[in-house]
Each structure stands twice: as C-alpha cells, then as structure tokens.
Ligand binder design. Structure first.
Ligand code: ADP
Length: 557
C-alpha cells in the first residue's frame, strides 16, 4: 500500500506507464488512516505517527542541503581533502565571513593581478534563482547593504561554462539515496539540461544583471520571450542530458570520463552530507524503537565547465517531479500541457525508485524460492519482467572501495552520536563533551579539564550565535559542526607536525581504539590488552590504571 501526500508525484504516478508500474508492483494508492508500506510525502519526513514502512524523505534533509549548511559541509571536506573536493566553488558564508571574504580576495588579487573574478551571491534558503545576483568585487554596495538582513553564500562564479548553441545550461540529475546505513546510492542514467535564453558572454559590469544570460533556472527563463518549450528531447530550452551527451560524443568528447567524474561528484557530495543526516536520523528514529526506514530522491544541479569538468551548484531535497507545464492560451487563461522531456526522465525515476524500495520484492523472492522448490518453471513469470530495464544505476556500495577513505567526518559523527546521551537530541551538552574527553583520555597536564570546558564554551557559543536555522535552535548545546571544529582543534593540538587530514585520522583512530578498549574492559575486567593502538600500548605500560576517572558512555546531561 502506498500513501501519497505529494500532489506533483501523484500526477506523475497517474501517468499511464506508472499506473501500470504500481499495478505490477502490487502497490495500491491508499488513504490517510491505516499503516502503509510506503509513505510518499510532499516536503519533509515529519509525521509523528509512522512506526513502520518506508518514508520517501530523510529527517533533516531539507536543513542539510540548504545553501549555507551544504557550503559548510563541503568546506570541511575541502579542508581535509582539497583535491578530491575541488568540484565545489570556493564559497564564503555571509554575514559572518564577510571580513574573511574581503581579505582572501584581496590576497588572491595581490598574488595574481591579472585575476578578474566574478562572484555570485545566493540567499540561504532561496530557490529558483530568487534573490541571486553577481558582483565583481566584495566592496559592491548591494552586498554590504543586504547581507545583514538575509544570510547568504557568496561563491566564485564559474565564468567559462560549456556552451551549446552559444547558450549556458546546467544539468539536473536525479539521485536516489536508498539507505543511509549502510550507504546505498543510485544515479539516474538520464537527466535534464536547462538552458539560458540569451547567448552567453563572460561577465562584465555591463552584462552582470542579465539573468537570462547567467542563470539557468527554468522558473526564470520561462519568462523570457526566447524560451522554447521543447517538442522533442533534443531541442528547445529544456532537453534531456543524454541528447547533450550524444552531441558531445559526436564532437569527440570523452563522455565516459565525464560520467565517471559526475558519479564521483555525487558520491563525494553524499559522503559530505551523511554525518549531519545521521545525527538527525538517530534523533527522529531512535535505534531500537519501532520506526520507518527512509529513502529520498535528490536533485543534483551540476554545471559543466568548458573543459567538461562538472561543478556542483546545489542539491535539492524536493526536486520538482512535474511532467507538464503551464501554457497561456489567451491572456490570463492557462492550461497544463504535457512536457515530453520531463516525462521521459521523471517517470522513469519514480518508477524505478518504487521498484527498488518495493516492499513486495522480498515477499515475491520468498515465494519464488518456495515455487522453485516445488515447480522450477513457475519462476520465469516474474511480473517485473514486464517493466523496462532500470534507469537508476547503483554507484554505492558498487564503488565503495574507491571512496571509503573519505568517510572521516562520518566517524567523527559516530563519536558525537555516541556521547549525545539524551535520546531525541541533536546537540551535545557540556557533560557529554567531558565524558567524551575522559573516555578517550584526551586530557593531560598540558590540556586540563578546565581547558576542555573553555574549548566547549568558546566553540558552542560561537556556533549558537550564528543564528543557524537548526532543529534545536533554542538548545544551547553543541551541534555536530561545532563538535567537528572542536575535534579538529584537539587533533591539531595533539599531532602538531602532521597535515590536517593525518591529524584528524590519527585522533579518530586513537579515540575509537580507546573506546573499544573501555568497552572490552567493561565486559571483562581482566582484559587490559584490548587496545592495540601504539599510543595506548605505550600508556598501558606506564600507567597503574586510572579507571576511576572513566564515566559511563552515554551520560545524560
Ligand atoms: P537556486 O536554488 O536559487 O536555483 P542555484 O545555486 O541553483 O540557486 O543557482 C541558480 C543558478 O545560478 C544556477 O542554476 C546556475 O545557472 C547559476 N549559478 C549558481 N552558482 C553558480 C556558479 N558558482 N557559477 C556559475 N553559475 C552559477
């Protein structure tokens, strides 16, 4: 049974192909009252009365992909892995980083006087190009005038995008996050290419304000007289991505490499988002209690540079699934008209999402096993054979080996969650932080518990004063991002001479090892050789056992 509260998807699902999909999958659209197998929500996870089944939204996804939160998460990854994360434009968060923005731009200009950058200012929480503008210099009046009232991200503008028919365009790719733990990611084989409606020119003071030249948003360009509703998938202002790939391939471009770069951009971006998502998840769906599982279709907006390097613009938690557009028949009279390009791409995404999360699949598999034992030939009549081949391709865990080393912040988040204590919270209290320090034995004569408290207060106060739109804005505790900052601080203190990545990796290993040893000791008091980390072994030889200072894990503030 399927419960839908998202009208656009409801329309998508009423498409004849999907009516058939639902029937073949054995799903029946259902009312609001009884428990369902799949809950299809319009905007967010929230519904307090779901204790089983699957919900098509993750708790906290909307908050996690907001422009400021995404930029912070990407910055953390760029600090740790600068080369791997160079697909996200250099960004600053306003108003708090305005002085840093001014100083860094000045420094880069001093170093390279021929550098003539352009920046794009995007209000936090904005969408469809709302409130976005370009500037040439941090001293631009508009910037200093507006940012105090509306937090924003200012980002390096990609001046040399790939053009098709002299027009700038971006790509909307659909990605299914099927599960967070274990991480499972699927990418749709085709996407949309959304075109500007004025021929592109590199930004100058004269053309900075021409949104139809610089911004690819459909919602903006549809108001241009030049907008062409596409009658087929390879013409007009919205085309399929595959039609662009065909064109590039015929010009000799390495389309395989482009796809592999896009897949790696998607996996790396989701790896950057998972720590925050896991904190929200454990808060809304506590382990060990009855609750649903989640999956979500995300919209990735990607720009291709002239040299075909993909650049991440943003991640959309609620990508439009409309398969029709409005047409003005006569002044003020509108009609919904089918859009072949949207239909081609989106129907397949929804159909395959339902196939992949299909609650009947397991039941059918079980039945198949039984029937195989009884009558082997019966298995050939699987109803799914009636559907087209999957457009969603699994990329994780398929390529997990190549990317697992990037999951450092995930491990920091696991430490954070372990010490949160109070079920349902997303913020760490001072006692939880102290317990973390004690259990991991991170304080010593050079770093006293008083210094630990000061570190906690300094970082937490700063993060809470930023006015971040957080689930628990009123809670004075430490959010994950603040904990990550504190963790990096501790790592830098402890392993001064190493590069940041090695500092953080070393501290994570040390903490994990000490916690494992502590757990081992609790289970079996005679086991004191459980921790094999070199530093722990060394300490064990020196100490007489200071276990008196160990407090219980999961201490409640
Ligand atoms: P919104 O959520 O309002 O659509 P986006 O981040 O997607 O905000 O930006 C809107 C449009 O601006 C994009 O579709 C793209 O055409 C353009 N754009 C955004 N960031 C950049 C950038 N760094 N360089 C070049 N163009 C950009």
């Amino acid at each position: 049974m399927l419960r839908r509260t998202d009208p656009s998807v409801a329309r998508g699902l009423e498409h004849p192909a999907d009516g058939e999909t639902l029937r073949v999958l054995g799903l029946f659209p259902f009312g609001r009252r009884l428990p369902c197998d799949i809950y299809w929500h319009g905007v967010s996870f929230h519904d307090n009365n779901i204790f089983s089944g699957q919900v098509n939204k993750f708790p906290g996804m909307m908050e996690t992909v907001r422009k400021i939160t995404l930029s912070r998460a990407m910055r953390t990854m760029q600090d740790l892995f600068p080369l791997e994360y160079n697909f996200y434009p250099r960004s600053w968060i306003l108003p708090e980083e305005l002085p840093l923005f001014v100083a860094e731009v000045r420094m880069m200009k001093d170093r390279n006087p021929s550098w003539k950058p352009t920046f794009i200012v995007k209000p936090d929480g904005g969408c469809q190009g709302d409130g976005i503008y370009l500037i040439k210099d941090p001293s631009d009046i508009r910037l200093t005038g507006s940012i105090q009232s509306r937090p924003a991200v200012v980002q390096e503008y990609i001046c040399k995008p790939l053009l098709v028919d002299k027009l700038k365009f971006d790509i909307r790719l659909y990605v299914l996050l099927k599960s967070l733990e274990p991480l499972e990611i699927y990418i749709a084989k085709d996407g949309l290419s959304r075109f500007c409606t004025e021929p592109y020119q590199e930004p100058t003071l004269k053309n900075l304000h021409q949104v139809f030249m610089h911004l690819t948003n459909y919602s903006l360009n549809i108001h241009s007289g030049n907008f062409i509703h596409s009658a087929s998938v390879n013409t007009g202002s919205k085309r399929t991505f595959s039609s662009i790939l065909c064109r590039l391939s015929s010009r000799g471009a390495d389309v395989k490499k482009l796809w592999s770069d896009i897949i790696s951009l998607v996996i790396k971006t989701i790896i950057a988002l998972t720590p925050e998502l896991k904190v929200y998840y454990q808060s809304d769906i506590p382990a060990g209690k009855p609750g649903p599982t989640c999956f979500q279709i995300l919209g990735f907006d990607i720009l291709l540079m002239k040299n075909l390097k993909p650049i991440l613009l943003e991640v959309n938690a609620n990508p439009s699934m409309r398969i029709e557009h409005e047409q003005e028949l006569s002044p003020g009279v509108f009609e919904n008209v089918p859009s072949p390009v949207d239909e081609e791409v989106k129907v397949a995404v929804i159909r395959d999402t339902l196939r992949l999360v299909d609650p009947q699949k397991k039941k059918r598999k079980d039945t198949q096993c039984q029937s195989l034992e009884q009558a082997p030939e019966a298995s050939e009549e699987l109803p799914e054979a009636a559907l087209p081949s999957l457009c969603l391709k699994q990329v994780f865990p398929k390529y997990a080996k190549q990317f697992s080393y990037l999951r450092l912040v995930d491990r920091v988040a696991a430490l954070f969650i372990r010490f949160l204590g109070v079920k349902g919270t997303t913020k760490l209290g001072p006692t939880g932080f102290r317990t973390f320090i004690r259990n991991c034995k991170l304080s010593n004569s050079n770093f006293s518990m008083a210094a630990v408290d000061i570190l906690y207060i300094d970082i937490t106060r700063r993060w809470n004063s930023m006015g971040i739109d957080h689930k628990e804005s009123g809670n004075p505790g430490m959010c994950l991002q603040a904990f990550v900052e504190a963790f990096f601080c501790l790592a830098q203190k402890k392993y001064k001479s190493l590069p940041l990545h090695d500092q953080v990796a070393s501290l994570i290993e040390l903490c994990e090892c000490r916690l494992a040893a502590l757990r081992g000791k609790r289970l079996c008091t005679s086991c004191d050789k459980l921790c094999i980390h070199p530093e722990c072994v060394e300490e064990k030889d020196q100490t007489t056992g200071d276990d008196n200072q160990h407090h219980g894990i999961g201490y409640t503030d």
